[in-house]
Design a protein around this ligand. Structure first.
Ligand SMILES: Nc1ncnc2c1ncn2[C@@H]1O[C@H](COP(=O)(O)OP(=O)(O)OP(=O)(O)O)[C@@H](O)[C@H]1O
Length: 336
């Protein structure tokens, strides 16, 4: 399961914890076993729709019923919002979390709360190499050192950086997905113009996310004078990837171009020497992206083109990285 960088010699008794990855669309739960600072197993994986539950507590209870035995009294939760202040509000879901009340509400003795993208950072550091698929740039031959930029389109657009120092790593969360959308050509300027009619401010997340494909599709349609609007994100993604709707496929190609620009923008900001793409959408486009215009856009940075051409870009294909990352974050803290 893990090739964690933590070296611990004593043999601890294994402990079981609940791990959760709470996004804007999905609330994922599982039971993880941890021993000697390593994630040993992750079982009972359950994916619930956040929209089906009024609160985190109700979703937690539904998970408990599915497991069918009392849940462990320790938990690690990755949450799609900044972990700051007395009240945590999601950008893309009506759930509200009061960290001080959770232990009592969920009958917990120990709780670790981390940003969902911080969890992805831990997952990247703890997954096996075969869960990292090469997209473009040189193929990495050695363990990463220095800074890895992590970009994850899902319901929103997560961004973090991972700082590796010999056998240790630090995850630095950010809210980079809310930086302003930067159009690169006339088509993208027309997409920005269209979206400005609907949003006071157009952040990168409005384009580079699951719902972003719908925004691009509607904008391309409106700009071409076509009477089209999309109705369901999942149908649109399916049509785009299968090639059954040529406008959806054009929107997907534009999505990949914008993802390329955004990834290299973030790599420059963080002075990274590696980029990893994650998120539900990363997984969805893992086979499409290497054959799209992504790579060309990634290096299209004027005087910095050669620097970007030397950066390997990979996609994290581990199926539930938020759960692995939440478990790994708990394991790191448990060792301290
Ligand atoms: N078949 C599908 N089912 C659900 N969502 C889909 C599907 N296909 C594409 N999508 C898009 O993917 C998004 C969900 O992505 P993901 O699975 O990463 O969710 P999440 O973890 O809740 O997101 P986040 O962590 O960014 O809040 C949806 O908002 C939707 O736009």
């Amino acid at each position: 399961m893990s090739n964690s960088k933590n070296n611990s010699t004593p043999v601890d008794a294994p402990i079981e914890i609940v791990v959760a990855d709470i996004g804007g669309t999905n609330a994922r739960f599982a039971i993880a076993k941890i021993q000697n600072g390593q994630v040993v197993t992750i079982d009972n994986e359950t994916i619930l729709k956040t929209a089906d539950y009024a609160t985190l507590q109700l979703a937690w209870d539904a998970f408990g019923q599915k497991v069918g035995r009392p849940l462990p009294k320790q938990a690690s939760m990755a949450i799609a919002c900044p972990i700051r202040g007395d009240i945590l509000k999601f950008s893309n879901s009506p759930w509200i979390i009061r960290p001080a009340l959770i232990p009592q509400q969920l009958n917990l003795e120990k709780l670790v709360l981390i940003n969902d993208f911080e969890a992805i950072g831990h997952a990247i550091s703890n997954c096996q190499e075969d869960h990292l698929k090469h997209v473009c740039g040189p193929r990495r031959k050695e363990s990463p050192q220095g800074i890895t930029t992590v970009v994850g389109p899902g319901t929103g657009l997560g961004v973090a950086s991972l700082a590796f120092d010999t056998d240790k790593y630090t995850v630095i969360p950010s809210e980079g997905g809310h930086s302003s959308y930067a159009p690169c050509d006339n088509i993208e300027i027309s997409i920005l113009r269209y979206l400005k009619q609907h949003y006071r401010r157009v952040s990168a997340e409005r384009i580079i996310s699951g719902p972003g494909l719908g925004n691009i599709y509607d904008a391309l349609g409106a700009n071409a004078g076509l009477p089209v609007t999309h109705h369901s994100d999942s149908n649109l993604w399916e049509a785009a990837l299968k090639g059954t709707d040529h406008l959806a496929t054009a929107a997907l190609e534009r999505f990949c171009l914008n993802l390329g620009t955004f990834c290299s923008d973030m790599a420059l900001v963080q002075l990274a020497n590696r980029v990893v793409i994650s998120g539900g959408i990363g997984l969805l486009i893992a086979d499409y992206l290497p054959h799209s215009g992504f790579a060309e856009r990634f290096v299209d940075k004027g005087r910095f083109e050669r620097m970007l051409a030397d950066i390997p870009v990979e996609i994290l294909t581990y199926p539930q990285p938020g759960l692995l990352g939440a478990a790994a974050a708990f394991a790191v803290q448990h060792l301290k």
